[in-house]
Design a protein around this ligand. Structure first.
Ligand code: HEM
Length: 150
């Protein structure tokens, strides 16, 4: 069982770092989704729109791109509110937990998304900002796990 992280408080500098990095990586949704599914292929069959295909072939399809866009759009909403309306950001994430609980998605799977995306951030040269990003992932998983438990 993956432990629920404590809800962090962000410094202004951490919020600025996360938002600045996000502007540079929000166009990389396909790479984020691909990295997650390539590193943890056990998650792949759940994606019924493309999950039966070879992952490298699926990566170029409109269905894969649509799933990546859905993830990025949801996180855009969180990023917009981070720092100025954390309660609003939490409400978006609580709903993410609720919709994913209904799909049967577990804490372990969200933890794998965290691990894969943290690794990708390092690959993209953002490893120096992982302190801020760890706080962001603690925030996301605190709220999502609370929803999964409810
Ligand atoms: C922060 C992480 C994540 C975000 C922002 C996110 C976002 C979304 C959004 C916006 C949708 C479409 C709306 C919905 O059906 O709820 C969706 C669908 C889905 N997500 Fe996630 N998700 C995340 C993590 C995960 C993880 C870890 C899994 C594990 C496999 C997962 C599996 C799915 C599946 C299977 C669907 C349905 C796809 C379909 O329409 O066939 N998600 N996700």
């Amino acid at each position: 069982m993956v432990a629920t992280p404590a809800l962090p408080t962000f410094t202004d500098a951490q919020v600025a770092t996360i938002k600045g990095d996000w502007n540079n990586i929000k166009g990389q949704g396909v790479e984020i989704l691909y990295h997650f599914l390539n590193k943890f292929p056990g998650n792949y069959p759940m994606f019924k729109q493309f999950g039966g295909k070879d992952l490298n072939a699926a990566k170029g399809t409109p269905e894969f791109s649509a799933q990546a866009t859905a993830i990025i759009n949801l996180l855009n909403g969180v990023m917009d509110k981070l720092g100025s309306d954390n309660a609003g950001a939490q409400a978006i994430l609580a709903n993410l937990g609720k919709t994913h609980k209904a799909k049967g998605i577990t804490k372990e799977q969200f933890q794998q998304f965290r691990e894969a995306t943290t690794e990708l951030l390092g690959n993209l040269g953002l490893g120096g900002n992982l302190g801020a990003w760890n706080a962001l992932f603690d925030f996301v998983l605190n709220v999502v796990f609370t929803a999964l438990d409810s």
